[in-house]
Design a protein around this ligand. Structure first.
Ligand SMILES: [Zn+2]
Length: 354
């Protein structure tokens, strides 16, 4: 077959076809094998790769370190993760963690570099991510380092509103969008204020292709209840749209395995299907049919949501329904979607009984 004919697919030659098929299959097997790799503090991950056996390994080992790029690393200590970046003079850490994990994190970082931690960023004010910042302050003091602590204006406000027992930031990044530099690295920080908490941020390490955005979504899984306590679905979707705009390959949500752009797409597909299935359910099962003046309104409203979720589940792709958490979370997500549609899109979702 001439090159021209091959390109245009005008001829069918069984041997050439078989060879191409075998090559395509072995390439796909290789790609599958490479999708998960044992953790390595030395070998950087390829985009899309995850840590093999992560869910068990993070409880079996004191910590897991995975090199992401030349200078950026993912570090898991049991249930929580941080990101760190090794500069020429010091280390920048995104989230000090909590619950006796900070000391372990410091030990883990010391296995990769002799440089001291010179800067800390708070992703948001929730104490499971920043509760042990004082451990980093003490370590810096011991090393003769004046530790920079960077946080958004919104995180400072939350720390002060609750009187949180953590060191105050020494540098403030503007909201909803700001940035800071660490040696040669620029970090952009986005704090939309409507996803997860009023101060949940997305930190983007420019040029590294790394995003640190705790409590957004665990890669490969459904979002937690109420989309991990987002103010509304739009808040969650706005941050997904932000991820789409940024040029990154590695995502750290602070709890799960390393995420990819495909994982962000998975979240948007889930929301699109959830929205379509909920809208179809609203058509088929009008709220008015469930109103029962002899019962408390919360009870017949919840019955309605349960029935609607049953119907909506049938519209969802098996890649979502087969997840072990699906049945635990789906009714909550349908309710959240109904609330979002009725609050923000249509005043006719909850009409009066006929
Ligand atoms: Zn949080």
């Amino acid at each position: 077959m001439t090159r021209d004919r091959w390109q245009r697919g005008l001829a069918f030659e069984p041997l050439a076809f078989l060879t191409a098929l075998v090559m395509a299959c072995s390439a796909s097997v290789a790609a599958q094998e490479a999708a998960e790799v044992p953790p390595s503090a030395v070998k950087a991950l390829a985009p899309g790769q995850k840590i093999a056996g992560y869910d068990a390994l993070r409880f079996e080992q004191p910590y897991i370190i995975q090199r992401l790029t030349e200078r950026a690393y993912f570090l898991a200590v049991e249930t929580n993760n941080l990101t760190f970046y090794v500069g020429d003079e010091g280390v920048l850490v995104f989230d000090p963690l909590s619950g006796r994990r900070a000391a372990i994190a410091l030990q883990a970082i010391a296995t990769v570099t002799d440089l001291p931690v010179t800067a800390l960023m708070y992703s948001h004010s929730h104490l499971d991510h920043i509760g042990e910042a004082s451990v980093f302050v003490a370590a810096a003091k011991k090393n003769g380092v004046n530790l920079r602590i960077i946080a958004s204006q919104a995180t400072l406000a939350e720390i002060e509103r609750h009187g949180k027992p953590v060191p105050r930031p020494t540098e403030i990044v503007a909201t909803p969008e700001g940035e800071f530099t660490f040696e040669e690295l620029t970090v952009k920080v986005f704090t939309n204020g409507t996803r997860h908490s009023v101060d949940a941020s997305t930190a983007y390490l420019l040029g590294e292709g790394v995003v640190h955005a705790p409590d957004f979504f665990v890669p490969g899984h459904l979002p937690f209840e109420n989309f991990d306590f987002s103010l509304d679905i739009k808040g969650f979707e706005d941050d997904l749209a932000l991820l789409k705009r940024l040029d990154w390959q590695f995502f750290n949500d602070g709890h799960g395995n390393i995420g990819s752009r495909q994982d962000a797409l998975f979240q948007q597909e889930y929301i699109d299907q959830l929205r379509a299935a909920t809208l179809a359910g609203l058509q088929a099962l009008p709220f008015a049919d469930f109103i029962d003046p002899t019962r408390h309104p919360d009870l017949y409203s919840l019955d309605w949501v349960a029935k609607l979720a049953e119907a909506a589940k049938k519209e969802m792709d098996p890649k979502f329904t087969r997840l072990e958490e699906f049945d635990y979370l789906f009714k909550n997500h349908v309710m959240f979607m109904i609330v979002n549609i009725s609050y923000h899109q249509s005043g006719m979702v909850v009409p009066q009984a006929e």
